[in-house]
Ligand binder design. Structure first.
Ligand SMILES: [Zn+2]
Length: 408
């Protein structure tokens, strides 16, 4: 019984923490706006932006509460064990059954996602997703997520059976490889959701190629992705390992920015490449997976944790659910604090590289455009920044680009 209370309490704390983050975000509207970002929004846009954020935050609080309610009912009623009891006693089947119920329960967020995309994003002019695209996206997402959980669960099962107490290290190593594999497959995954075509010849293509070659990279392809099918929001990224790079530009970015601004964004991305930030992130991922491995090892040792929820024996699917939604979720804020601090420092260094390439002012105007397009908060709460921001605030970045010594 004590385990049942502990797990439910952990899930409740995770939910309260999510509400707290939304409240912090809602309350930042009263913060003073730094002078260097005062020109990002005019008064009317600023007013609309506040309405947008209020709607978004309220919805995310409702969504978190709905997921929490479903999770609590399933846990309190021993629904996982009851559902698994309908099937054969084979432990693989038992794992599949628990993960299936969990995946189906996660569908409770779909109405909220629908309201988010079709009502809020629509009302504020961001949305371009049709109902058909939305439905197919959710189906693809469901299949991918379920496959991911089955993959992790099977790995946990197999490794625990074969390696016993070595589980921690072996799990961390395998999970990191698994994550790398997912990163490696990302370009293929994105082809499930989007279409790509090569960037036309011209100033932009020449400048991007020149910048990359100057820094010792080779460009495999520069592709434009049809992001405008879903949203007006803009982005860009590098894909591929090592020195061969594929550049992906959202069509929304190409439409809304000057060639210099886009090249400035890539000079920033190159800064990440030169500082081996991806590699450092992978080390951090390994550390995270080590914690996950430790939690998995500990969880599988506690039979009463499973019997408290109606199981006869340990269940690998249920172990995964408890680790993800209670144990690891409880540690996530601490880990986020550390990881985001590292990440923000890396962002400053990447910006500094863009400055070095002579794209400082172009980067500032690009960042301002991105902020405007995404309705970013010009003056977020410092607590929220510390806990959840992987990038420094716009004002902090502009200050550091203009006066590097002012870096906070
Ligand atoms: Zn960056």
């Amino acid at each position: 019984m004590i385990w049942k209370i502990a797990v439910i309490a952990a899930v409740a704390i995770v939910w309260l923490y999510e509400l707290y983050l939304s409240l912090l975000s809602l309350r930042s509207k009263n913060n003073a706006i730094p002078p260097c970002v005062a020109d990002v929004y005019d008064e009317e846009t600023h007013r609309i932006r506040l309405l947008y954020h209020r709607e978004k935050n309220r919805l995310s609080m409702l969504r978190a509460t709905a997921s929490f309610a479903v999770e609590i009912v399933l846990l309190a009623c021993n629904a996982y064990a009851a559902f698994a009891g309908l099937f054969s006693e084979n432990q693989w089947v038992q794992m599949f059954a628990v993960l299936l119920l969990s995946a189906v329960a996660s569908l409770v967020t779909i109405p909220f996602q629908y309201y988010d995309t079709m009502r809020i994003e629509q009302a504020f002019g961001f949305n371009r997703t049709t109902v058909k695209t939305f439905v197919f996206d959710r189906i693809k997402e469901f299949i991918l997520q379920f496959a991911l959980m089955i993959g992790l669960g099977s790995m946990l099962f197999g490794l625990h059976r074969s390696f016993g107490d070595w589980l921690i290290l072996v799990f961390a190593a395998f999970a990191t490889l698994f994550m790398l594999f997912i990163t490696f497959l990302y370009p293929f995954f994105s082809r499930i959701f989007n279409k790509f075509k090569p960037l036309e010849d011209g100033e932009l293509r020449e400048k991007l190629t020149a910048l990359l070659e100057k820094n010792g990279y080779r460009v495999r392809a520069i592709n434009v992705m049809d992001a405008s099918r879903r949203s007006t929001k803009a982005n860009a990224y590098f894909a591929g390992f090592g020195k061969m790079k594929t550049i992906v530009l959202y069509d929304t970015l190409v439409e809304s920015m000057t060639p210099d601004e886009i090249v400035a964004v890539f000079a920033h991305e190159l800064g990440h490449g030169l500082h081996k930030d991806t590699l450092k992130n992978q080390l951090l991922t390994f550390f995270e997976m080590l914690i996950l491995g430790f939690l998995a090892w500990g969880t599988l040792k506690i039979l009463p944790l499973f019997t408290a929820f109606g199981f006869q024996d340990i269940n690998y699917g249920f172990a995964l659910i408890v680790i993800m939604s209670a144990e690891f979720a409880l540690l996530a804020p601490l880990f986020g604090l550390l990881a985001n601090w590292f990440s923000r420092r890396a962002e400053y260094r990447a910006d500094a590289h863009a400055v070095k390439e002579g794209y400082g002012e172009a980067l500032i105007s690009a960042l301002k455009k991105l902020a405007r397009q995404n309705y970013s908060d010009p003056a977020p709460s410092p607590v929220l920044v510390a806990l959840t921001y992987s990038h420094p605030t716009l004002a902090q970045r502009i200050d550091a680009i203009r006066v590097p010594e002012a870096r906070k």
